[in-house]
Structures are given as structure tokens and as C-alpha cells.
Ligand binder design. Structure first.
Ligand code: WT7
Length: 649
């Protein structure tokens, strides 16, 4: 939930890690954390060099960091393979027969893949990719539900050096088409369908629709049979996963890849234009995904670790697949919704598998609160030892509920701030070392040098709000926006001189703790999902009745932010009763259901300044039902405000 600085300035509670937790943790005290952090900032070569030695390199790097702003290369000259580090590295150890993935399907099926079994599947599927002409450097689009084969597909790409781009299963065929066009994918991996609240999402059909029109270079579509729904198979283009697997053997050496070889592209919303393809590479990304999994979740061989994120988001990449598997941990994957068939599905899963580390989003926590404690109380959650939060600021009330009701008052909470662009966790507490304050992500992770700056780029003092920036390169930082270096530079490295600008507003308290306020650009955070207002606007104006649209966020108790659209119809069009719903559906079709506006308001015009700029501040005030304050003297037509406010139903 977007919090104002005023609301969390009053938060005084502090929770210290218990002695018992600290004693068993990798980082056991604030002093130890500080010492290591100092070293990581002053001597990154030494710090990261030591950490990187825990990974398996095919060729050792010659230089830890080469930094020519805004371009970083990490572990220069090194060669490494991510899939080898997530799989092969564990095979000659006691982990060989340990569960790598524990999976539960929404209808209730259960599967366990040991490291050995996962390794075998990945090798065979990597051979399937090769059989279908995928080569090192090619792009592969993955559009799959939360099933183990999604992880297999990602790891198989990584194994042969193909760059994957996972598209969230809730996105539309238009979104798939745009991403295919942008990254020039050669092959698509999908399933017939996936389960969501008891019904089947037609994933293959969405891929068919995406490939129907326009020029694209997709030569093959590999289809895994998941839901058994009827699908169209295009002769010569579409092949079945299970048939292909019969043609290949299980031997596939892990390709020696340059440390800076592109591992994946993940599209995310920005404040302008179409989603940006965030490019992550191999060595540095793996390093930080691994190090954060190790230190932040303090993963142990005994743990059953569950991150509830979908692989379609960066959290799923770094903390369902790459981070935990690189640690040799057991990663639990669940396919469906938290309230299917009933509101206690998550607690049922935690009890059944004795989950010990649980990582989820504030928006989910707020839904659980609303559903009521009785759903939690039905289950034994005593296996839990550590809780995590990610995706948006967690309001202190939700934090306290999470701590008490889910964590039984005994589990530390790690509130982890990071972004698709940062690749891995950046600001977080370390559970055995850092006292937590409800609502604060606390302190920077090793190697991360954040600051709060004002409009001029000057660092501000304690408790003064400003822009959150990162002053030094970090291993898992994005390397570019795919195919658009100029936009990369402009978006991230030109707002504040010499710094990466994250798009977030924050403050730092007198203890140096970071309190993230939320986005200060035109990006919304709806239920932990990132949405560009301009994306929703262009979806709206693609509807034949719409002349102009402006989209803003408003505080939403459950989702953090809700989407409000202000729409001007083309002349001659009248506001018919069904139009509001039709526009919502239309946006759902163009982007995906998560982008559907919560509220659509019609007016004869949008409030603009005399120079033609839409007055977003004013729209935000109207959207959240606040009185319109501040200066409206530059407003072109004052009657517009009255119209938009009256529409407030
Ligand atoms: C934006 C990034 C990080 C992976 C999931 C979202 C917000 C994320 C926190 C947190 C406050 C947070 C920020 C950030 N955010 N984590 N712990 N506290 N805000 O990745 O889609 O790239 O979104 O999510 O606003 O900029 P994303």
C-alpha cells in the first residue's frame, strides 16, 4: 500500500532477531553485517571475488568489475553456465537425491523432482531445443503456467545459451505478439492450458492468436500437455513436448558461456511507451541471485522454501528458480490461486510440506487478513521459521498480522526491496542480524550503495523524502533495455548524475533504515504488478469509441493501488451503460486482466494546462476522492473538474 511519509514516521516498533535464530544464521549480528557491507563497498573485487568462488566456473574471471558508466561487466573474462550451477554442481553431493522442486497443481496433483531428475529433464529438453534448431544466442519465448516444466524450459535455455523471455500467463495474445516482435524470438514454449480457479486458461490459443498476424520469426512452438484441453496444432510449426522428448537422450553438456552472455529478457512497464525488455546476463546475475538466497533467506539443506511468485515475474526467475536452485535448496511451486478451492490453500500447503521459509507479497497478505484468521487457525504452521515480503511497501498493520498470525510471533520478516531491473534483492534485513521495523525494508544488501537525493541530486538528511538512487554498479544489475541502449541510458542513468534512479521515492531514518514510499514516476503498482499508465492509456485509445484517455492510480486497501481511467469519447459517441464494462474488457484483452481499470469516468475533455499538458496531480486527487487542492490557475476549462468529480460514483 502506498504509504505517506507521515503515516510511517510514527512507527516506533523494533523487532530484534531472537538469540536462537541469530546463533544459527550465517550473519549473526549487526556488527558482522556492517563489517561485511563496508568491505563489499570499499573492496567489491575482494568481496565478490570470494563469493563468486562458491560458484562453479568453467573459466575463472580475470577482473571482477569493469565499469564505464552506465555499462558494467562483472567477472570479466569468466565463463560460467547457470544451469550447471543450479543442477550439475549438486549431483556429486548428498543433494543428488534431494527434492529440487516440490510441485502442487491447482487441481491437487503432487510431483517431486530430485536434483538428479531435474538435471535429466533439463538435459533432455535442452536437446529438444537443439533438435528444433535453437542455437546459442537465439531468443526463446516461454508462456507457461506454474509447472515444473516452466523451470525445465528456463534451465534448458540457460544450458545451451539461448536467451529466454518468460511472458506471464495472465498476459494477452497482443502482449505475446509485441514481445515476440521486440526480442525476435525464434521459438515459443507453451502448454495447451493452465488452471486458474478451477477453469482452464487457453495458453496455446493465445499463442496461436499472437502468431496469426504480422511478420514474425517464430519457426516452432513446443506444446506441453498440461490441462488436456483441445488445441490446434499447426503442421510443421507446432510440436508436442512429450513426443520430442522421445527423440533425444539425456546427455547435454553445459555450454561454456561468457559471464556477460544474455541469460534472459524480461519485459516490464515503464512510464512511457511499450514495455521495456530488461536484459540480464549470466555471471553477475547468478552471483547476486545466489548470494541473496543464501544470506537473506539463509537457506539450509533442511529448508522447504516457498516463494509464491509466478515465473512470469522477476521474483519467479530469481527466487523460485535460479537463486534457490543455485543454493541446492528445495523450492516449492504451486500452480494456482490462493483461494482455490478455499481460502486456506496456502496454509494447507505449508502444513502439508512443512514449509519453513515463505516469501509472498503484501497484496496477498492483505487479502488473507480480509478473509479472516479462521482460515489460518485450521492449520499447523509451526514449521515456518522465516517470512519474506516483496513487491510493494508493506503497511505496518499487514506486517504485524504476518508476524503474529502467520509467523506465530517467532519468525523474522525480511521485507525485500528490489526491481525487475535490479535482478535480485537490494535493500533488506538479514534475518539473524538486522532488527526490523514494520514497514521498513531496512538496510542495503552487500555491495549495494543506495541513497536518498533531492531534485538537484544532493543527498538529503534523515527522514526527508526524496528519490531512491543506487550509487554503484551491482552484479545483477540490468545491462540494457534490449535493443535500445539510448533508452537504457536515458531512463536509468540520466535523472541523477552518476546514479541509477529506481523510480521510487523513499526516506531514510536516523538509523539509516530505508522506508520506501512507492513509485514517483507514471508507473503503478497494482497488487504487486507493475503497470505503466501510458500502456493502459494506449490500450484505451485503441478502442473505436475513445478519443483520449488519462490513467492514474488511487490508493486501494487490498491491491495497494487501483487503476482509474478518465476517458473522452469521440464526438458523436454517447456514454452508453455497457461502455464502461466494454472498455474494461478491452483493456483486459489488449494487456491482460490485471490492467483492467477499477473505475472508468467519462468527461467532455481532460483537465489540461494552457500548454496542453494533462494535469495528472489533479486527476489523482479526483480519483482518490480527495478535494481538489493546489493551483488550478493554469487549467484550461474549470468546468471539467466539476464533471469529473460528479462522475464519482
Ligand atoms: C517496484 C518494482 C521486486 C520484484 C517484484 C516487483 C516496488 C518492490 C518492494 C518493497 C516497497 C517495493 C517498488 C519497485 N517494490 N519491492 N519491499 N517495498 N516497494 O518487481 O515489477 O520490477 O516492481 O516494486 O516500487 O520499484 P517490479
Amino acid at each position: 500500500m502506498s504509504q505517506s511519509i507521515e503515516s510511517h514516521l510514527n512507527e516506533k516498533r523494533v523487532f530484534k532477531p531472537t538469540k536462537q535464530f541469530s546463533k544459527a544464521a550465517r550473519i549473526q549480528s549487526l556488527e558482522q553485517y556492517r563489517q561485511m557491507w563496508e568491505e563489499s563497498i570499499k573492496r567489491p573485487d575482494k568481496f565478490w571475488g570470494r563469493e563468486a568462488a562458491e560458484l562453479q566456473w568453467q573459466k575463472k574471471w580475470t577482473k571482477v568489475l569493469d565499469w564505464k558508466e552506465p555499462y558494467a561487466q562483472w567477472f570479466v573474462g569468466g565463463q560460467i553456465n547457470v544451469s550447471e550451477n543450479c543442477l550439475d554442481r549438486h549431483l556429486n553431493t548428498v543433494r543428488q537425491n534431494k527434492a529440487a522442486i516440490i510441485w502442487e497443481g491447482e487441481p491437487g496433483e503432487k510431483r517431486v523432482l530430485t536434483y538428479q531428475q531435474l538435471f535429466r529433464e533439463v538435459c533432455r529438453f535442452a536437446n529438444v531445443l537443439k533438435r528444433n534448431k535453437v542455437k546459442k544466442g537465439d531468443r526463446v519465448l516461454i508462456y507457461m503456467p506454474m509447472i515444473p516444466e516452466a523451470a525445465v524450459a528456463m534451465l534448458a535455455c540457460a544450458r545451451i545459451g539461448a536467451t529466454h523471455s518468460v511472458v506471464f500467463g495472465g498476459f494477452s495474445s497482443d502482449s505475446i505478439r509485441d514481445r515476440i516482435a521486440d526480442c525476435k524470438a525464434k521459438l515459443v514454449i507453451t502448454t495447451d492450458g493452465g488452471y486458474r480457479r478451477g477453469s482452464i486458461v487457453p495458453l496455446k490459443k493465445n499463442v496461436d492468436d499472437a502468431l496469426r498476424e504480422g511478420a514474425h520469426g517464430v519457426q516452432k512452438v513446443i506444446v506441453y500437455r498440461r490441462a488436456g484441453n483441445e488445441v490446434h496444432i499447426e503442421e510443421g510449426r507446432d510440436v508436442w513436448w512429450h513426443r520430442e522428448m522421445d527423440y533425444v537422450d539425456g546427455h547435454c553438456p553445459a555450454e561454456a558461456l561468457d559471464s556477460e552472455h544474455p541469460l534472459f529478457i524480461l519485459y516490464t512497464s515503464g512510464s512511457t511507451g511499450k514495455p521495456k525488455g530488461i536484459l540480464h546476463t549470466t555471471g553477475g546475475y547468478l552471483m547476486q541471485a545466489y548470494a541473496t538466497s543464501k544470506y537473506v533467506f539463509d537457506l539450509r539443506d533442511e529448508d522447504v522454501y516457498w516463494c509464491t511468485a509466478d515465473i512470469g515475474w522477476v521474483t519467479g526467475h530469481s527466487y523460485v528458480v535460479y537463486g534457490p536452485l543455485a543454493c541446492g535448496a528445495t523450492s516449492l511451486m504451486y500452480e494456482g490461486a490462493p483461494n482455490w478451492p478455499e481460502n486456506d490453500r496456502f496454509w494447507r500447503i505449508i502444513e502439508e510440506y512443512s514449509v519453513s521459509v515463505f516469501y509472498t507479497a503484501p497484496t496477498a497478505i492483505r487479502a488473507f487478513i480480509r478473509w479472516g484468521d479462521q482460515w489460518v487457525k485450521k492449520h499447523d504452521l509451526s514449521s515456518l521459521r522465516l517470512l519474506g515480503s516483496v513487491g510493494e511497501p508493506i503497511n505496518p498493520e499487514a506486517w504485524m498480522w504476518y508476524h503474529q498470525v502467520i509467523g506465530g510471533g517467532r519468525c523474522p520478516i525480511v521485507d525485500t526491496w528490489w526491481q525487475t531491473e535490479t535482478g535480485a534483492i537490494m535493500i533488506t534485513s538479514l534475518p539473524g542480524a538486522v532488527p526490523t521495523k514494520p514497514g521498513s525494508a531496512t538496510l542495503p544488501f552487500f555491495g549495494v550503495d543506495p541513497a536518498i537525493v533531492d531534485e538537484k541530486g544532493q543527498e538529503v538528511g534523515p527522514n526527508v523524502g526524496g528519490k531512491l538512487v543506487i550509487r554503484k554498479p551491482w552484479p545483477s544489475m540490468l545491462r540494457s533495455i534490449y535493443g535500445d541502449k539510448a533508452r537504457y541510458k536515458k531512463t536509468y542513468w540520466s535523472e541523477v548524475k552518476g546514479c541509477y534512479f529506481a523510480g521510487d521515492g523513499a526516506r531514510r531514518d536516523k538509523d539509516g533504515y530505508f522506508w520506501i514510499v512507492g513509485r514517483i514516476d507514471d508507473v503503478l503498482n497494482v497488487a504487486g504488478h507493475r503497470l505503466g499508465t501510458s500502456e493502459v492509456e494506449s490500450a484505451l485509445v485503441s478502442h473505436p469509441a475513445v478519443a483520449e484517455a488519462a490513467v492514474v492510480g488511487r490508493p486501494d486497501e487490498l491491491k495497494g493501488q487501483g487503476v482509474v481511467a478518465f476517458v473522452v469519447l469521440k464526438s458523436g459517441m454517447i456514454v452508453e451503460p455497457h461502455l464502461r464494462e466494454e472498455l474494461r474488457q478491452h483493456v483486459g484483452q489488449v494487456i491482460g486482466p490485471i490492467a483492467k481499470p477499477d473505475d472508468v469516468r467519462f468527461a467532455d475533455a481532460l483537465p489540461k494546462t494552457r500548454s496542453g499538458k494533462i494535469m495528472r496531480r489533479l486527476l489523482k486527487e479526483i480519483a482518490s476522492g480527495k478535494a481538489v487542492t493546489g493551483d488550478t490557475t493554469t487549467l484550461e476549462d474549470l468546468s471539467i473538474i466539476a464533471q469529473l468529480t460528479a462522475n464519482n460514483d
